[in-house]
Design a protein around this ligand. Structure first.
Ligand code: R5P
Length: 293
């Protein structure tokens, strides 16, 4: 027997996953003590395979509560506990970029691997490793958002899909090729938190450029890519992001760069959510993978 458990802040996506997978959904109750500590409570049938849903943006407090919930589920009798974290944080600090820094990706991966039997996420930022299994020990996988994004784009002869950096090439190709769209990959140089330089080759004249990125945080990458796309010949620029982190000022920055439409996947609840990954996750869990109307 399988059961999905959701923290209150991830309930709407969890509901869509539960419907797509055809399994029941139970809440995780969270009590916050006056000193800032959290107590979580779960109810799960003995021997069931428990899936815990939580998107881990704004991660620090959530990571602790998520580990506590894994322990609670095991003590309540779950046979296996899998974390479904549609957005997995700390993946970008995957190396010591300056002496004295940690490799946060490995630290977080190790802790999650110890707490859960597996972790399922979407489009994890894995630039220097081949798979999530190398970061999170256990039965872990990072699902590609290429198919739902491609389905949202549809077939449109005017589209040119833009990848903002060289690392994006494989999945930009996986989005563009099935829908027969042109694509271009930018050369990106990050100079600081909100300072990014982007160069693009010439685009098909008058095309609708659709910038696709895994994360928008400061929005500087999408803004710089939008300006570059205009310079390179695009008539219109739209942007699709998987994880809508959007720090303060990010959306203003993106709008000011002339992006007409900005949409995101529902890995992080946000007003720009327009593409659901629920069916993708349900399929990975072995469910039907379609959401009933
Ligand atoms: C970088 O490698 C990522 O793919 C994103 O392009 C980056 O994290 C976006 O960050 P920001 O919105 O702050 O430019």
């Amino acid at each position: 027997m399988r059961r999905l458990h959701a923290f209150p802040d991830s309930r709407s996506l969890a509901r869509r996953i539960a419907r797509a997978a055809g399994i029941s959904l139970a809440p995780v109750a969270v009590h916050r003590f006056p000193d800032g500590e959290s107590l979580v409570r779960v109810a799960t049938p003995t021997g069931c395979d428990a899936y815990l849903v939580r998107s881990l943006h704004d991660p620090n407090a959530k990571l602790v509560e998520t580990m506590l919930a894994a322990d609670a589920l095991r003590r309540a009798g779950a046979a296996a506990v899998t974390l479904i974290a549609p957005y997995l944080p700390y993946m970008r600090q995957d190396a010591v970029f300056r002496r004295g820094e940690p490799v946060s990706q490995r630290v977080i991966g190790r802790h999650l691997g110890a707490a859960f039997d597996g972790v399922v996420t979407v489009q994890a930022h894995l630039h220097r490793v081949a798979s999530l299994g190398a970061v999170v020990p256990g039965n872990s996988s990072s699902l590609s958002a290429a198919a739902p994004i491609g389905a949202w784009l549809g077939r449109d002869a005017d589209i040119c899909v833009i990848g903002p950096d060289e690392e994006s090439r494989p999945w930009i190709e996986a989005i563009a090729r099935p829908v027969g769209a042109a694509f271009a990959i930018a050369d990106k140089k990050r100079r600081g938190d909100v300072s990014v330089g982007v160069q693009l080759p010439r685009l098909p004249r008058g095309c609708r450029a659709v910038i696709v990125d895994d994360i928008a945080s400061s929005g500087a990458t999408i803004a710089a890519a939008a300006r570059a796309a205009r310079r390179a010949g695009a008539a219109v620029v739209d942007a699709v992001v998987v994880h809508a982190i959007f720090a303060p000022e990010a959306r203003r920055r993106i709008r000011a760069a002339g992006v007409r439409r900005l949409v995101s996947c529902d890995t992080i609840p946000h007003p720009t959510n327009a593409i659901s990954v629920a069916a993708l996750i349900a399929t990975a869990m072995g469910g039907a993978g379609t959401i009933p109307p």
